[in-house]
Design a protein. Structure first.
Length: 405
């Protein structure tokens, strides 16, 4: 129902429209309406002189546009034709890039097809050792990738992980607890970023011993103090958690302290189930949201990127295998399996049988992705980070466009 101000607007439109077509009115009715709208005071009353015609035309356009919104009840962020206004609706998309180019070109192919939706590509090209040196990963197309990204205005941030052994004497423990090793690592990372013209670095240190929590924060502080003043982006990938007690592999991440030094924090909200567990969702929506709510208590929302998966797992008595979306669909077709939907977890799955007996396959598709992207908008996060390019369903990108752009 129209309120008093809207009714006055309608009357003003009628008066101004009539005036434009030559119907004479005294100035006072228009002036009175303008005063009630708060648009013009008595000293600035609209007259019938030529000098007032421009103002009336402007007012007509503004008021008529407002009236249309009132009458047709258009949402504020929707333009005629159903297109969303850009405003602050755009979210950033990071695509992780990992491949052996000769054997698996999927990441590069995905980038080439969808670069217009990807803001940053983050190639997994190095490992930081315990002494602070960097071991680079083999890839046949580094120069080609960097040139393509540069030519198409896609930022590049190198992804560096840590060497692992799974014990307290692990390489990452040696790195973090030795100031000289940390200094070497910071210097080597700086050189690597500059040599390859990266926009920044993403530190993906996993299975960090919980006793090294403060040392991990110190390392990120030292790295940020070296790189950020030079304009480089410093990102960190962290395991999800819902408290500081039950998930021992995530305790080393001090969310609040890391947020002081990182420009971007990627929460790896995938592998809810995996090779170490029984079958189940890769990213149950309830689990994802619970972890996200916890993170938001400590990390500003404009630094959070929600990790999204493009893959799944196949569980059987013979073990657990990871597989991408295409492999999952090919397997379902081969064995005549029907795709089911877990409505509580908001994720697809199917079962099939072979010589090993029953298999369960849980994976991600564009429908399950949509529910995750709804969380990005619900909590107004900075964006998403996809692990990894080339594993995803082809229609992921349409869903991302619809939900985030």
């Amino acid at each position: 129902m129209l309120n008093r101000k809207s009714v006055i607007s309608i009357m003003l439109v009628l008066l101004l429209t009539a005036n434009m077509f030559g119907v004479a009115f005294a100035a006072s009715p228009v002036d009175d309406l303008l005063k009630q709208l708060g648009g013009v005071n008595s000293a600035g009353a609209v007259s019938q002189s030529n000098s007032s015609s421009g103002l009336k035309d402007l007012l007509l356009g503004l008021v008529f546009g407002t009236l249309l919104n009132k009458v047709f009840n258009l949402p504020g962020d929707v333009l005629p034709g159903g297109n969303k206004s850009q405003g602050n609706t755009n979210k950033e998309v990071i695509g992780f890039y990992a491949e052996n180019w000769a054997a698996d070109p999927a990441s590069f192919n995905s980038l080439k097809q969808h670069y217009n939706t990807i803001d940053t590509v983050s190639p997994f090209w190095g490992t930081v050792n315990g002494d602070g040196t960097i071991t680079t990963r083999a890839s046949d197309n580094k120069a080609e990738l960097l040139k393509f990204a540069h030519d198409h205005k896609v930022k590049t941030t190198v992804l560096l992980n840590n060497a692992k052994s799974g014990t307290s004497s692990s390489p990452v423990h040696q790195l973090l607890n030795n100031p000289e090793n940390r200094t070497n690592a910071v210097a080597n990372i700086e050189e690597y970023v500059k040599t390859n013209d990266f926009a920044g670095v993403n530190i993906d240190f996993e299975l960090v011993p919980q006793e090294d929590r403060d040392q991990l924060t110190m390392f990120m502080k030292e790295l940020a103090e070296r790189l950020r003043p030079q304009g480089f982006t410093v990102a960190v990938s962290v395991f999800p958690k819902q408290d500081e007690a039950t998930n021992d592999v995530a305790i080393a991440y001090d969310y609040a302290e890391l947020a002081k030094y990182a420009d971007q924090i990627i929460i790896m909200t995938y592998d809810n189930h995996g090779e170490w567990s029984g079958p189940g969702p890769v990213a149950d929506i309830r689990w994802v949201e619970s972890n996200l709510k916890y993170a938001l208590q400590f990390i500003p929302k404009n630094k959070i990127y929600l990790g999204i998966a493009g893959y799944g797992y196949d569980w059987s008595s013979g073990g657990t295998q990871s597989l991408d979306y295409t492999n999952a669909m090919e397997t379902a077709t081969k064995y005549g399996a029907n795709i089911s939907w877990d409505d509580a977890a908001k994720t697809p799955y199917f079962k099939y049988y072979d010589a090993q007996g029953e298999h369960q396959v849980w994976f991600e598709n564009s429908r399950s992705l949509g529910y995750k992207l709804d969380l990005v908008n619900k909590y107004d996060l900075k964006g998403v980070a996809l692990w990894r390019l080339g594993q995803e369903a082809p229609d992921y990108w349409q869903t991302i466009q619809e939900k985030l752009h």
